[in-house]
Design a protein around this ligand. Structure first.
Ligand code: MV4
Length: 497
C-alpha cells in the first residue's frame, strides 16, 4: 500500500481524494496556494505545504513547486484530481522519473488522447463510430470548401487544440464558411497557440453522453455505463445524470462494447471517460474526445454502481487488478448531480467572496461534496464551483424530488449562488421528460426567481436588513433563520424564541 499520497489540487476534489486515502489507511498531503491558506483541504489532510502565490500558474500548475512538496513530504504517489495538471503528460513523466507514482493513466495514454485529431484517428482504427468529416486537418479555405461539398451542411469547424467551446464554429450556409473557418483558426492560435482545424458534419439535436471506463495494469478493461451531461451552459456542465433518460437499452449495450474496445485499443490504464455526441432523433452516437482523468461528475457513477472510483484509481496505480468484473457492474437506480457555483444565477458572472451562513443539506440518499463553510472566503482565482449535490433514487422521478429537496435545504449566504437556477431546471418540462439537448439552457430554460424578490422595492430590503440585524443582536448568536431573505418567516418565528 502507498504510505502517503500528495493531492495536487484544491477545493472539493482535494477533499474527495483525502477521504479515499483515509478510507484506505493512507496518509494524505495537501498543497495550497497563498489564497488557500484557510481552505478545508489544508485542514483535513494529514499535512500541508505551501506551493506559491494565488495565481494557478504560480502554484497549482507549477510542476517544480509540486515536486518540491513531494520531496519534502516524502509522498510516494500523487493524485492530480481534475483540471490543473491532471492531463499533463510532462507532469506524469516527471513524477515517474523521480520514482513517484502518478495516480492516473500513462504519459502515452494522455498524449494519445490529448491531440483531438490523433484521438479521432486512433478511435477510427479501433472501429469506434466517428462523425463523417475531413479525415485530418483542413489547411486551406479551398480544402474546407471541398470537405463541405463532400459531407454537406451544416458542419462544425473545430480547432484541434480547442476546448471549452473556444475555436469552434457551426456553419449552416455556404457563404458563412470562409469567415467561420478563419475565426476558428485565429481562435485556436490565440487561445491554444495552434491554428490547426478540422471539419465534421454538425450533429443536430445533440446530447452529450459519456462513458466511464477503467483499465488496470493487467490488461483488464471494464466500463461503468454512461452519464448524460447535456445540461450545460457555454460548455460548462450544470447538471449530470446517470443513466441517461434518452439511451435505449440496445444502444447502451453498444456504447459499453465500443468503449471497452476503444480503451483496450490504446492500452488504457486507470479511470477515463469517452465523450460521445448522441443524436437524440436517430439515437446514433459518435466519438468526440477522451478525458484521461477522473471527472467532476464521477459521483453519479459511484451512486449507481456502488464503486468508489477514487479508491479504485489508487489500487490500480499500485498495480492491483480491478476489484470488479464487467458482470459485477450494474446500474442500480438513478443519480443526479447539481454543480453549485458561486455565481449570479441570472448573469452567470462569478460571485466570489465571504460565505456568511452555510448549512449543507442532509437526509436520505443525498451526498454533498463541498468545501464551503461559514466564514470561508471563496477566492477569485479559481473555478467558482464550491459544491456538488448528488441525489440517488430507485427511479429518475424520485432522484429529481430528492435533489429538489436538497436544494431547498441548502443555506448559503454572503455570496450569490446558482441554486435558483437548479430549482428552475428541475421544473422545466424538457428536463422532466428527459428530452433536453445541449441547447436546453439557451432555448428551453426560464430562470424563475423566488416571488419574494419580485416587485419588492429596495427600501423594503433595507427595513428587512435592519430587522435581521436587530434580531441577530437580540439573539446574541448568528442564526440563519433571521437573514433578510427570510424576514417573513422571522416574524412568525419570533413568538417561538
Ligand atoms: C459537436 C457537436 C455537433 N456535431 N460535433 C462541444 C464541445 C466539444 N466537446 C464537442 N462539442 C460539440 N461537438 C459535431 N460533429 C456539438 C457540440 C456541442 C456544441 C456545439 C456548439 C455550441 C454548443 C455546443 C454545446 C454542446 C456540444
Amino acid at each position: 500500500m502507498f504510505k502517503k499520497v500528495l493531492i495536487a489540487n484544491r477545493g472539493e476534489i482535494a477533499l474527495r481524494v483525502i477521504r479515499a486515502c483515509r478510507d484506505l489507511g493512507i496518509a494524505s498531503v495537501a498543497v495550497y496556494s497563498d489564497a488557500d491558506r484557510n481552505s478545508l483541504h489544508v485542514v483535513l489532510a494529514d499535512e500541508a505545504y505551501n506551493i506559491g502565490p494565488a495565481p494557478s500558474k504560480e502554484s497549482y500548475l507549477k510542476i517544480e513547486n509540486i515536486l518540491d512538496a513531494v520531496r519534502k513530504s516524502g509522498a510516494d504517489a500523487v493524485h492530480p484530481g481534475y483540471g490543473f495538471l491532471s492531463e499533463n503528460a510532462e507532469f506524469a513523466e516527471a513524477l515517474e522519473k523521480a520514482g513517484i507514482v502518478f495516480i492516473g493513466p500513462t504519459p502515452a495514454n494522455i498524449r494519445a488522447m490529448g491531440d483531438k485529431l490523433s484521438a479521432i484517428r486512433l478511435m477510427k482504427a479501433a472501429d469506434v463510430p466517428t462523425v463523417p468529416g475531413s479525415d485530418g486537418s483542413v489547411d486551406s479555405i479551398e480544402d474546407a470548401k471541398k470537405v463541405v461539398d463532400l459531407i454537406g451542411l451544416p458542419v462544425i469547424i473545430k480547432a484541434t487544440a480547442g476546448g471549452g467551446g473556444k475555436g469552434m464554429r457551426v456553419v449552416y450556409k455556404k457563404d458563412e464558411l470562409e469567415s467561420a473557418y478563419r475565426a476558428a483558426r485565429s481562435e485556436g492560435l490565440n487561445y491554444f497557440k495552434n491554428d490547426t482545424v478540422y471539419i465534421e458534419r454538425y450533429v443536430q439535436n445533440p446530447k452529450h453522453i459519456e462513458m466511464q471506463v477503467f483499465g488496470d495494469k493487467h490488461g483488464n478493461v471494464v466500463h461503468l455505463f454512461e452519464r448524460e451531461c447535456s445540461i450545460q451552459r457555454r460548455h460548462q456542465k450544470v447538471i449530470e445524470e446517470s443513466p441517461s433518460p434518452s439511451v435505449p437499452p440496445e444502444v447502451r449495450k453498444k456504447l459499453g462494447e465500443v468503449s471497452v474496445r476503444a480503451a483496450k485499443s490504446i492500452d488504457y490504464i486507470g479511470a477515463g471517460t469517452f465523450e460521445f455526441i448522441f443524436d437524440n432523433v436517430t439515437k446514433d452516437f459518435f466519438f468526440m474526445e477522451m478525458n484521461t482523468r477522473l471527472q467532476v461528475e464521477h459521483p453519479i457513477t459511484e451512486m449507481v454502481t456502488g464503486v468508489d472510483l477514487v479508491q479504485e484509481q489508487i489500487m490500480v496505480a499500485l498495480g492491483k487488478p480491478l476489484s470488479f468484473k464487467q458482470e459485477d457492474i450494474v446500474q442500480r437506480g438513478h443519480a443526479i448531480e447539481a454543480r453549485i457555483c458561486a455565481e449570479d444565477p441570472q448573469t452567470f458572472v462569478p460571485s466570489p467572496g465571504l460565505i456568511r451562513r452555510c448549512r449543507h443539506p442532509q437526509g436520505p440518499f443525498i451526498r454533498t461534496d463541498s468545501y464551503a463553510y461559514p466564514g470561508y472566503e471563496v477566492p477569485i482565482y479559481y473555478d467558482p464551483m464550491i459544491a456538488k449535490l448528488i441525489a440517488w433514487g430507485p427511479n429518475r422521478d424520485t432522484a429529481i424530488r430528492r435533489l429538489d429537496r436538497a436544494l431547498t435545504e441548502f443555506t448559503l449566504t454572503g455570496i450569490k449562488t446558482n441554486i435558483v437556477l437548479h430549482k428552475s431546471i428541475l421544473q422545466a418540462p424538457k428536463f422532466l421528460d428527459g428530452s433536453y439537448t445541449t441547447q436546453f439552457c439557451e432555448k428551453d430554460l426560464e430562470i424563475k426567481m423566488p416571488k419574494l424578490f419580485q416587485g419588492v422595492d429596495d427600501h423594503v430590503f433595507l427595513i428587512a436588513a435592519a430587522i435581521a440585524a436587530y434580531n441577530e443582536k437580540k439573539a446574541k448568536a448568528v442564526s440563519e433563520y433571521n437573514v433578510a431573505s427570510r424576514w417573513k418567516d422571522q416574524a412568525r418565528k419570533d413568538g417561538l424564541r
